[in-house]
Design a protein around this ligand. Structure first.
Ligand code: ADP
Ligand code: ZN
Ligand code: ZN
Length: 825
């Protein structure tokens, strides 16, 4: 097999299709199409009875004789959709790696890599040929279906096969086949027009602005007004605006165009998600010594043109963003492009404007809440090389930048980098691989690095850069832990808000300052906590919190399926005050309003905020001081900078600690560090109050001290002892079905095939156990967890086990496999 990037002699193409199959497909290429196809082109191909849009992965001119492909049975590519391939060769390589690493489907990865709407199914359209028109002459009233059909086509430019099938019923396809055999109609493939299209604008331009020449007819008043309006606008304006401003109809413009006084053209305009209004002025600060050292290291690496990875560990407010921006400038100065990934929530309008102020039109923004059109335009600017810096959320890791010099992943620990549906990739890890493939430098930045990342830095896989000080020596807020066991003991009843927190809210408001109250996400699972000692009841095997299943009245481990009856007394301290946590947090906001009827309170969480603009409005109101308090879930903890916020209250931190997930301590530590960074960003000192039944927990103690290193030391010991990442590689397999017995059956079958594939016994297989979300959308969900000290062995075991499950007839559409799962739900 000889690979060719483009080659008019290529006779075969390897094509990825958006189907849930772990393979690509070979098609034949006719000579005309061969001259247009290249790696990365979109094509239309027949697949079973359907037509699908696929992507060319490879072109070659002969089929290897030992391969099991029979060239004579190959179907032809029907159409090449792009003369310029949408995907670069580099992105095709990256997508291949991603699909392989995450055991996902290459077609799905490629689709996820493109702006939405470009990979819809190709639809077959028919139009009438000249011969078809001739055949109709003489037919006055169509009598037969075929005449009806031709008459319909005669009146319209083209009609989709779908519409024809609706009108003419099942016989339509037969008629169409006959008509196209007689060459009365022809077929084309169109990608439906509902996907994003370039935006066009009609423009009027003045050609001769200097008075009349002698042979010109005198101008009418209306015509004179048109020319004058144009002249005042600098000789060029939009057609529609001209009609409005000169208060004229279309005809004087047409007349003037005919006489050569002006021209009307259609220009492509790019939608700009930022706009140029109120760009901030550039601050030209001198970098701190820490910032300068970090920048020097990154800059040296960029100059080497070799892969290198850095962890930039900087406390909140230490000026990481400034380091990223200057490093991107360095890459740009060398003629190289940069990619910067940010979490879902962090790309605030402020930040985008800042980048636009620094880099002008060199920066393109790919953000999930842009309109499809805006995203499409930004993506094309990158593809053409007009924008050399791309900033965006998760899927921007596939932005088609060329000559990549630098990749930045900000807040690299953030869970939003994980795609939660197929393909389940982790954008941070794909970003590192992308830098690797491109011989580029990658910088992972965070105040609370993911445990895996810090571990890699400790082992020297990443070079460690530290920003230990906040800019301007502003101090971090002091955090206090409020012991809810004491509160419970005093009041004897279930209280959501401690007297200390209520008092602090009142004081803050009286001082004319603002507060933020963080409620954990409503618990979807219940667990048992002791109100006397603060312990939760955990699995003896896995050391994760047991989940309470109401119907069966059982406490269940959803990693290994260990089950016990709920005890009457705390197993640790024998207290009888056991507390079934996990319900009712949605009422907390009402309670706050009752306590503080005069406070202006707004709530932000995924249930109340569905649109970008709602969120922006509330944040703007809050920063203007039109609101006194912001109540919300994790969403309010990230990224925002409100100088007047002096109090942050964390109401139910135990909910987060009790999540049945080995990362619950890490998540809680990250969250608390982040909220502490929110308080006291301005001149005044900030306070952080954290309510908990378990103030001895190491995540809480170290978060209070803002001591990442101490937290890491304890957490890494727990991971090693219990066999979790980074010491063991994990995979999870979720099996779902509306019928519990079918789901259980399938899950047991898969477990058995995995056991046989695990002959060496290197992998540890747990379950099937009910997933932590054991029922979702009417389906039962079971989970199998696999741990392995060796990633390669894990992968080989999975390949073998899953393929034999498939061969044994398991419906793999109901089975989701995740590599490095980060939410074991
Ligand atoms: P981080 O991303 O580490 O949380 P930022 O990059 O947001 O921190 O920086 C915090 C603040 O300090 C920002 O307002 C930024 O403009 C400012 N800043 C950054 N570097 C400097 C500097 N060298 N001198 C003065 N101000 C700076
Ligand atoms: Zn107890
Ligand atoms: Zn267990």
């Amino acid at each position: 097999m000889i690979d060719l990037a483009t080659n008019a002699n290529a006779r075969y193409a390897d094509i990825a299709l958006p189907v849930p199959l772990r393979q690509s497909f070979t098609y034949r290429l006719g000579p005309t199409l061969a001259s247009r196809a290249s790696i990365g082109s979109r094509v239309i191909v027949p697949f079973g009875k359907r037509l699908l849009t696929g992507y060319v992965l490879d072109l070659f001119d002969s089929i290897r004789s030992e391969s099991d492909v029979d060239p004579s049975k190959l179907k032809p590519v029907r159409e090449v959709l792009d003369d310029e391939p949408l995907l670069t060769k580099e992105i095709v390589e990256l997508a291949k790696w991603t699909a392989d690493y995450y055991l996902s489907f290459i077609g799905e990865v490629l689709r996820a890599s493109l702006p939405a709407g470009l990979s819809r199914k190709g639809e077959e359209h028919f139009s009438i040929t000249a011969r078809g028109r001739d055949s109709l002459s003489g037919v006055l009233l169509p009598r037969y279906d075929r005449e009806h059909l031709l008459t319909l086509l005669e009146q319209r430019e083209s009609v989709s096969a779908k519409e024809l099938a609706k009108t003419f019923g099942p016989s339509a396809s037969k008629i169409l086949r006959a008509l196209s055999n007689e060459q009365l109609v022809s077929a084309t493939h169109l990608v439906p027009g509902s996907g994003p299209q370039p935006k066009r604008r009609k423009i009027v331009r003045l050609l001769k602005e200097n008075g009349q020449t002698s042979n010109d007819k005198p101008l009418t008043d209306v015509q004179a007004r048109v020319l004058e309006t144009l002249l005042n606008a600098g000789g060029e304006m939009g057609y529609v605006e001209l009609l409005e401003r000169a208060d004229v109809g279309a005809s004087p413009i047409n007349t003037l165009a005919k006489r050569g006084r002006l021209e009307v053209t259609i220009d492509e305009v790019l939608r700009d998600p930022i706009g140029d209004n109120d760009l901030p002025t550039l601050n030209d600060f001198v970098l701190t010594i820490e910032q300068q050292n970090a920048l020097n290291a990154i800059g040296n690496s960029i100059d080497q043109d070799e892969y290198k990875a850095f962890l930039l560990h900087g406390v909140t407010g230490s000026g990481k963003t400034e380091v990223y921006i200057r490093a991107m400038q360095m890459a740009l100065d060398r003629g190289q492009s940069s990619l910067m990934l940010v979490p879902e929530i962090a790309l605030t309008p402020m930040f985008s404007r800042r980048l636009r102020a620094v880099f002008g039109s060199d920066v393109a923004i790919l953000h999930s809440s842009l309109s499809a059109g805006e995203r499409f335009d930004e993506w094309r600017r990158i593809r053409r090389g007009d924008a050399r810096i791309a900033i965006g959320t998760r899927s921007a890791v596939f932005a088609p930048l060329k000559d990549l010099g630098l990749v930045v992943v900000d807040e690299e620990h953030d869970a939003s980098y994980r795609q939660h549906e197929s393909p389940f990739y982790h954008a941070r890890d794909v970003a590192v691989m992308r830098a690797n493939l491109a011989n580029a430098t990658v910088v992972l930045g965070s105040a609370t690095p993911a445990l895996e990342t810090f571990y890699n830095a400790k082992r020297g896989k990443y070079e460690y850069l530290r920003l230990a000080r906040r800019i301007g020596e502003r101090s971090l807020a002091t955090a206090e832990l409020i012991d809810m066991r004491q509160v419970f003991k005093k009041s004897g009843k279930d209280i959501a808000f401690s007297p200390q927190l209520l008092k602090a809210i009142d004081e803050t408001w009286s001082n004319g300052e603002q507060s933020m109250i963080l409620l954990n996400r409503r618990g979807f699972s219940q667990f048992v906590l002791c109100r006397t000692c603060g312990e939760t009841i955990k699995c003896v095997n896995c050391d994760i919190t047991l989940t309470y299943h109401k119907r069966e009245r059982k406490l269940v481990c959803h990693y290994c399926n260990y089950q016990i009856d709920p005890p009457n007394r705390c197993p640790v301290c024998t207290s009888e005050y056991l507390y079934f946590v996990g319900q009712g947090t949605e009422k907390l906001e009402d309670e706050l309003r009752r306590h503080f009827p005069r406070l202006r309170i707004a709530r932000i969480d995924r249930d109340t905020i569905t649109k970008r603009r709602d969120m922006e409005r509330i944040l703007t109101d809050f920063s203007r001081g039109d609101l006194d308090m912001l109540v919300g879930t994790q969403m309010i903890a990230k990224g925002h900078d409100f100088p007047n916020v002096t109090l942050v209250g964390v109401v139910s931190v135990d909910l987060g600690l009790g999540l049945p997930d080995f990362r619950s301590a890490e998540r809680t530590f990250q969250l608390l560090t982040q909220v502490s960074g929110r308080a006291g960003r301005g001149e005044r000192a900030g306070r952080v109050l954290i309510q908990t039944y378990y103030p001895e927990h190491y995540a809480l103690r170290h978060a209070r001290e803002q001591d990442y290193e101490a937290f890491y030391q304890e957490e890494i010991r727990y991971r090693e002892k219990m066999g979790y990442p980074p010491f063991f590689a994990l995979a999870s397999i979720l099996v779902r079905h509306s019928d519990l017995s079918v789901a259980t059956d399938n899950a047991r079958k898969i477990r058995r095939t995995l056991d046989s594939a695990n002959a060496s016994n290197i992998c540890r297989i747990l379950g099937p156990a009910p997933a932590s979300l054991s029922r979702l959308k009417g389906e039962h969900r079971l989970q199998i967890l696999i741990k392995s000290p060796n990633r390669k062995v894990l992968r080989e075991m999975l390949d073998l086990g899953l393929s034999s499950a498939e061969k044994a007839g398991t419906d793999m559409r109901l089975v989701h496999t995740e590599i490095d799962p980060i939410n074991l739900m």
